[in-house]
Write a protein that binds this ligand. Structure first.
Ligand code: GLV
Ligand code: MN
Ligand code: MN
Ligand code: MN
Length: 407
């Protein structure tokens, strides 16, 4: 019963932002707002008291018997990447609703329970990811976010105002460590480790650290028919060399768990008959080992300067963010493992290459992350899929974990 409810709701939510391929529900877009409204209704119908904070996180709560006790919290996100799937984030939201509903029916617990729908987990057009949990944990501020502008010149302050949110009140969204006893997120794996090992649950010990950069290559726009090959300052040719260099440098560090991606490229003016004058590229480097990431970044910087000089193009690198890997809580890892054993569920300990709101929550509370397999590891892709059976097992483990923490 519960399971068919979830499968049906996954399809319902996928209608918000349904695209030619997959689901495009970017943070703070009309589709995202509609999905949030829909989910808020589901949360209300499940008996949760709802409030929205100043970054747009939706917080649903069930009180416990001890008015002073810290909350036991679960949550995830509703926004997607462009042309994303139906499961990334959503499994944790619907799983959280299902878990809280079950626990509410079982009767009052000592601690309050909360489900948080975090705003904007995916990297947004301002180059900031997991913005809801970042603000909630005080990891960024109105001062920093107030400086952000997208490429059309729209400020983050304006974007928030369009949602009825005031950047000057952002600090009201910050939670104190004493308010939260623990945070546990349920999510799809977005990799193949569980499927390969034939395990149903992955219990995360560390989440990889991302470093993000914007690289701007400046050449000279010119007529593609009249500019001789040896007189060009083609920004896209330099950019192509930079992409290859990133790939090579990350490959060299691959045995230390580093991955490097240029995932976005803008070419200006972007016409068939113009030698590209300017290219903007976005680079994402991740890994479990901070010093390997720093080494990678340095090598990329050197390679970029060398290419720019050789190609007679200008270059600027802006570090958008650089973080350390997040260690999740050892006691929670043990608690979740014990629950899997008790429920006869095959599990394994592992690390997560993907970023999650849990890694930000780990800064203010004990944080745990429960992963379930997704087919062939495919994610950030319309073909993303997790089976109803695995989703149910993930919910069972989440429910029991929240129960043990809140009883
Ligand atoms: C988002 O899903 C990320 O891991 O970057
Ligand atoms: Mn994602
Ligand atoms: Mn996600
Ligand atoms: Mn993510």
């Amino acid at each position: 019963m519960e399971n068919s409810w979830i499968i049906n709701e996954i399809e319902q939510i996928a209608q918000f932002g349904k695209d030619k391929r997959g689901v495009t529900r970017l943070a703070f877009s009309p589709a995202d707002r509609a999905a949030r409204e829909y989910v808020e209704k589901l949360m209300r119908e499940s008996g949760l008291a709802i409030r929205t904070d100043q970054i747009g996180n939706i917080i649903g709560r069930i009180e416990g018997t001890d008015a002073k006790a810290a909350a036991v919290v679960t949550g995830s996100h509703l926004d997607t990447v462009p042309e994303g799937g139906k499961f990334d984030g959503i499994v944790g939201i619907l799983g959280g609703i299902a878990a809280l509903r079950t626990l509410k029916m079982r009767g009052p617990l000592t601690h309050p329970l909360e489900l948080i729908v975090f705003s904007g987990e995916e990297s947004n057009r301002f180059g900031v990811s997991a913005i809801g949990s970042r603000v909630m944990t005080g990891w960024t501020s109105a001062k920093t976010l107030g400086k952000l502008k997208d490429q059309d010149g729209v400020t983050f302050t304006q974007l928030l105002a369009e949602q009825g949110l005031d950047i000057n009140h952002l600090d009201q969204a910050v939670r104190r460590p004493e308010e939260i006893k623990a945070f546990v997120e349920l999510h799809i794996e977005q990799g193949t480790a569980l499927e390969k090992a034939n395990k149903t649950i992955g219990i995360i010990e560390s989440v990889a650290a991302p470093a993000r950069c914007k690289i701007i290559v400046e050449g000279v726009a010119a007529h593609s028919g009249t500019t001789p090959m040896d007189e060009r300052q083609d920004a896209l040719v330099s950019a192509a060399m930079i992409i290859l260099a990133v790939n090579e440098i990350a490959l060299e560090q691959a045995d230390r768990g580093v991955v490097g991606t240029v995932g976005a490229l803008k070419v200006y003016p972007g016409a068939m008959n113009v030698v590209p004058g300017l290219v903007e590229m976005l680079l994402d480097i991740r890994g479990m080992n901070h010093s390997s990431i720093i080494k990678c970044l340095q090598e990329i910087k050197d390679a970029v300067s060398e290419i720019a000089e050789r190609q007679n193009t200008g270059v600027a690198i802006e570090i958008l963010s650089s973080e350390r890997p997040a260690s999740l809580d050892g006691e929670l890892v043990e608690l979740i493992a014990g629950i899997c054993r008790q429920q006869g569920i095959q599990y394994q300990h592992m690390n997560s290459g993907a970023g999650h709101d849990a890694m930000n929550m780990a800064r203010i509370t004990k944080a745990g992350l429960i992963l379930i397999p997704c087919k062939a590891g495919v994610s950030h892709n319309p073909d993303e899929y997790a089976s109803p059976e695995d989703i149910q097992k993930g919910i069972d483990v989440l429910t029991e974990t929240l129960y043990q923490l809140a009883k």
